[in-house]
Design a protein around this ligand. Structure first.
Ligand code: ZN
Length: 414
């Protein structure tokens, strides 16, 4: 079942990374550079011989920070009002504003509807899609996904220490809105005059959250060699390999998405448009940051609430891991969210493949930094990703054949 060598595929993937991260550079969500990346990917698909190549447009809020900033702004405005004039009406208003902050913040982490999403204006982006036909009748479908856009490079991603401090402070600023709503709400009924001083204590925490969000949107976009030119490069390399060695009964779809970095908008639009046609048994393989560190597949995905990977997707990943005993593969919970989250939340089988620098390996993450460049990538790590993804594809195809065969005989002859 194992193909001999992936070195040519690795070289192909690295060429794509080179073009995306260096010739184009930072590819902010809804920007001209994101569009150029999509055009490049579509052209590569044409050269490979992918079928049904198309751009699927959608609209998205082009910053994830605006929603959080509005939430903090609403809550801290309420606190300021009470500090300036502490009447019953003011407390009611401030409590409602704190609640609005809690709602806006939580909704942003879960991509749920909220007042911030209704208030903010949207811009156009697009997914680049295509199909690699199966050799024979189609009995199963796989969607290879990778996002085209890159994140901004705010200071809180600049070092491990900053990131840890930031995560704690963001949690604290979220809690401060919840505490604000509770204390103000109680003070309305209990006529608790010292509520004002609690507001004074909460205000700096929320202003910190607001300042961080505003700062983020003034930073440049990461060149995103690992996050996520590596995923796009790997998807295109796999597409090329599949055109040469198509799966017997599995149709492979490509979904190169826009606007993942600002809240998974692209994959949401893709699923709205295609999930029903693809069917509930389709397997979504998400390639996100696949060129630096130990190979990892995610058992859960999400920013605050961790949504568990579909058990059948996990089972498939574990089977692939067993088949590749020579490769170090770890499983675990994701740090933030990936495109898989939207599919997982819809009850679909989605699996994120990523890489993480091993502890004590000496290599550092370049996640959302300007140092996320081609030079930092490892051909070996990229090769492991390709090998693992290829094994998953073969397993899906093999299972489809087994399921379709009345005697349980493997029709693939593998
Ligand atoms: Zn990413």
């Amino acid at each position: 079942m194992q193909p001999a060598s992936f070195s040519e595929d690795v070289q192909q993937a690295l060429q794509h990374v080179h073009y995306l991260s260096q010739a184009i550079g930072g590819r902010g969500s809804c920007t001209a550079q994101e569009r150029r990346a999509g055009e490049y990917a579509a052209e590569q698909m044409r050269q490979i011989g992918v079928k049904e190549i198309r751009a699927e447009p959608f609209t998205a809020i082009p910053s994830t920070y605006w929603g959080y900033a509005l939430s903090f702004a609403a809550a801290s405005t309420g606190l300021l009002i009470v500090l300036l004039s502490d009447g019953l009406g003011e407390r009611v208003l401030a409590a409602l504003l704190s609640l609005a902050g809690v709602w806006g913040f939580l909704a942003e982490t879960e991509f749920a509807p909220s007042w911030t999403r209704w208030a903010l204006s949207r811009k156009e982006s697009q997914n680049i899609c295509g199909v690699i036909p199966a050799e024979k009748d189609v009995w199963s479908r796989v969607v290879l996904c990778a996002h085209l856009d890159t994140h901004r490079t705010p200071i809180f991603y600049s070092s491990e220490v900053w990131y840890a401090a930031f995560t704690a402070l963001v949690a604290l600023s979220f809690l401060s809105m919840a505490v604000g709503a509770t204390v103000l709400g109680l003070s309305i009924f209990l006529d608790w005059t010292s509520a004002r001083w609690v507001c004074l204590g909460l205000l700096p925490v929320q202003l910190f959250g607001l300042a961080m969000c505003l700062h983020a949107d003034f930073t440049p976009y990461s060149p995103g060699a690992n996050d996520n030119a590596s995923g796009v490069g790997a998807a295109l390399a796999l597409a090329r390999r599949l055109r040469r060695k198509p799966l017997k009964h599995t149709e492979v779809h490509l979904a190169l998405t826009g606007c993942e970095e600002v809240g998974d908008w692209g994959i949401a639009a893709y699923l709205d448009q295609n999930a029903e046609k693809l069917g509930k048994d389709a397997v979504y393989i998400i390639l996100d940051e696949v060129g630096l560190g130990d190979l990892k597949y995610l058992t859960a995905d999400g920013l605050i609430f961790k949504h568990k990977t579909h058990p059948r997707a996990l089972e498939l990943a574990r089977q692939a891991k067993r088949a590749l005993a020579e490769v170090k593969i770890v499983e675990g919970v994701g740090l933030a969210y990936t495109d898989a989250l939207q599919a997982t939340k819809r009850g679909l089988m989605a699996l994120t493949i990523c890489t993480v620098p091993a502890p004590k390996s000496g290599s550092v993450t370049h996640w959302h930094r300007m140092t996320d460049t081609l030079e930092t990538l490892s051909a070996k790590d990229l090769e492991n990703t390709l090998r693992f993804a290829w094994t998953l594809l073969q397993l899906v195809d093999q299972r489809a054949a087994e399921a379709a065969s009345p005697s349980g005989v493997n029709l693939n002859g593998q």
